[in-house]
Design a protein around this ligand. Structure first.
Ligand code: ITT
Length: 211
């Protein structure tokens, strides 16, 4: 998504530029779609190659999202949206949580993360395999900071299933479905996901602030 890619403009007056603090193209596309009705022109970190990778040093999703959003807002002067997300497993007291990407080590290794999770839950019976994906979005602008979140509940399977999605998707059965996030259609996942819920909230907040 480059500078020319916009959210759409529906019957609104002021058009604000909003920066999505990410360079992940799939994520940017997904979020642009979720926020298509927000009265904003969407740009991203693709438009700011000079901004270095921002370290996520917080101990909560909200802290990490705010660290990133504040940095990008200070640099660009534009309203900024930034997300942090991960998997929280009930039987592991919420782990891997903010460490989801690095659960098995520093490298973001999805296969190793999934193997480690399966091993950790090896003796956990089916009715105790509850988990949730949580996404927190920070909204930062002039004299303004807010966080909103989205959660989707589900269960962790006993083996990898499906080839879609990313991360822990092949192990996550959203409540009410017999297919994992990696087996469900990706458009459908993107409609019901923690990220979709959180960014819909963020979109409503922006609509309210910028009206
Ligand atoms: P960024 O560059 O945008 O930070 P990321 O891969 O770190 O990309 P997130 O912060 O959103 O992405 O998520 C952190 C980790 O949580 C991610 O690497 C996955 O392991 C897991 N995760 C988050 N959302 C997920 C989803 O929808 N499906 C599967 N795993 C997910």
């Amino acid at each position: 998504m480059g500078g020319s890619t916009c959210g759409c403009l529906k019957g609104v007056g002021i058009i604000e530029t909003v920066v999505l603090a990410s360079r992940n193209e799939n994520k940017l596309r997904e979020i642009a779609r979720i926020m298509k009705d927000a009265p904003v022109k969407m740009i991203s970190l693709m438009d700011y190659p000079e901004i270095p990778e921002i370290e996520e040093t917080g101990t909560t999703f909200a802290e990490n999202a705010l660290i990133k959003a504040r940095t990008v807002f200070q640099h660009t002067g534009y309203w900024t949206l930034s997300d942090d997300s991960g998997l929280e497993v009930d039987a592991l007291n919420g782990a891997p949580g903010v460490y989801s990407a690095r659960y098995s080590g520093e490298a973001k290794d999805n296969a190793a993360n999934n193997s480690k999770l399966l091993a950790a839950l090896e003796n956990t019976p089916v009715d105790e395999r509850g988990a949730q994906f949580r996404c927190v979005v920070a909204i930062v602008g002039p004299d303004y900071e807010k966080v909103v979140e989205g959660i989707i509940r589900g269960k962790i399977g006993r083996e990898l299933r499906g080839s879609g999605g990313f991360g822990y998707d092949p192990l996550f059965f959203p409540d009410g479905y017999h297919e994992t996030f990696a087996e469900l259609d990706s458009d459908f996942k993107n409609e019901i996901s923690h990220r979709a819920i959180a960014f819909k909230h963020a979109s409503e907040v922006l609509l309210e602030i910028l009206k």
